[in-house]
Design a protein around this ligand. Structure first.
Ligand code: MN
Length: 430
């Protein structure tokens, strides 16, 4: 397997930090042991954990006002895969890439598959795009796609999703994620019931084309690009879709797609309970669908989501197998650094949730001891689990300090010399 960053750089960066890490790990092992937690068990679970990187995340994003291109941005999916391989090489937490069609469309799928294999990367859920018009397409999505009032436009959107399934099949992907921007900007512009009926009808055609071992994830989003009404606006509507479509249909929760202050972890619990949690798009937000780096604004919320996931895992919840993906837009940072940091934040939330004393929590809940129940969660959240994450990375060939190692490698300057800066490019925000 080819590596993007020289092994000698990773090794020398790790050597400088290894002794201190071993001390910190031993010290944390002792304090966790006093709480009845075996640090090696947690480390093994963290090491086995993976979150998929979105191909569009390695390019610089933008806002509706402007996009400021970064240096050495990937020019195509092959460049993107190389950047994703850097993230995986150093963090060992991102073994899969989630593709977006048509942005990542290639003429030779075998070449793409081989490139992924050579870099040690697999392909996660396929993402379709019927929220913008591809060059030369017959019908415009300006007024919607799968729920459009025009049957030919709906048919075109269905065909596009079928194409995504076909491409994904050849890349050994096992899932399709569908997010539509369909909605309205004015009261009266569209009929809520009719447009949702049309959406469901169209999705039934997509669902019917799923291979036996595939799942489809539908993603809700409260608003934007439509600002008055959105066809798939919340988890309730999303749950109805999954119910209507059948056993291979699940709900995808993008953390940024809710109203401010919504209790997302509770939505997650409900979807788990009714076996319809398909997966996540992790990111963070302050005001809306900000697509900020995961855990950068509210790491406690991320921890509380993982607390529900670990709770489900611990009790062996039936049908529980969510897909984990990042979905972010990087406007002011090096996307590789942001994605590495975000993947590590997801691992951190997982590790913290794993050390929650669940038996004690259960007792405090039973006794209505609100203060001790919440302190039980806080005790886990306050624990600095970095030595566990770093040791998991070191032992699987990654970097103790991924960002510092990446900076020391000079990777960005090297690719900047090979990839000319362009003003355009697909910096998708979905
Ligand atoms: Mn998303």
């Amino acid at each position: 397997m080819s590596t993007m960053i020289g092994k000698t750089i990773v090794d020398s960066e790790n050597e400088r930090r290894e002794a201190a890490l071993r001390q910190d790990y031993a010290s944390l092992a002792e304090s966790l042991a006093r709480r009845g937690v075996d640090i090696d068990v947690i480390k093994r679970k963290v090491a086995a954990y993976g979150v998929a990187v979105p191909s569009w995340g390695v390019g610089t994003g933008g806002t509706r006002f402007a996009r400021f291109p970064g240096k050495g941005e990937p020019r195509n999916i092959f460049d993107k895969l190389e950047d994703c391989a850097v993230i995986q090489q150093l963090t060992r937490a991102t073994p899969n890439v989630s593709l977006h069609i048509p942005w990542d469309k290639v003429s030779d799928l075998q070449e793409l598959k081989q490139k992924g294999a050579a870099l040690g990367l697999g392909f996660d859920a396929m993402n379709s795009n019927t929220f913008s018009d591809a060059p030369g397409q017959t019908h415009s999505y300006k007024f919607g796609s799968l729920s459009h009032s025009d049957a030919a436009t709906r048919r075109q959107a269905i065909e596009h999703n079928l194409e995504c399934i076909d491409i994904g099949r050849q890349l050994d992907s096992k899932a399709l994620t569908v997010w539509v921007g369909d909605g309205s900007n004015f009261p009266g512009q569209s009929n809520f019931t009719k447009s949702f009926e049309r959406y469901l009808d169209a999705m039934k055609s997509v669902y019917a084309a799923l291979p036996e071992d595939w799942r489809v994830f539908t993603e809700h989003k409260m608003f934007e690009p439509a600002f008055y009404s959105t066809v798939v606006q919340d988890w309730g509507t999303n749950y109805l879709i999954a119910q209507e479509l059948g056993p291979k249909a699940f709900c995808l929760v993008d953390l940024g797609h809710h109203a401010p202050n919504v209790n997302i972890e509770m939505i997650v619990a409900r979807l788990i309970q009714f076996k319809k949690l398909g997966g996540f798009h992790f990111n963070d937000s302050k005001y809306g669908d900000d697509d900020l780096d995961t855990g950068s604004i509210d790491p406690y919320r991320l921890f509380l989501v993982f607390n529900e996931l670990v709770d489900a895992e611990a009790r062996g919840a039936e049908g529980f197998d969510p897909a984990h993906m990042l979905d972010q837009s990087h406007n002011v940072t090096d996307p590789i650094e942001s994605l590495m940091t975000s993947a590590m934040e997801v691992c951190r939330a997982y590790a913290q949730a794993l050390i929650v004393d669940r038996a004690a929590l259960d007792g405090f809940q039973q006794d209505n001891d609100a203060l001790m129940a919440t302190e039980t969660l806080k005790t886990a959240f306050r624990t600095d689990v970095e030595p566990i994450l770093a040791m998991a990375r070191l032992e699987s060939g990654g970097a103790i300090a991924p960002v510092a190692t990446y900076r020391a490698s000079g990777y960005r300057a090297k690719v900047a010399g090979e990839r000319p800066t362009v003003a355009g490019g697909g910096g998708g925000i979905v």
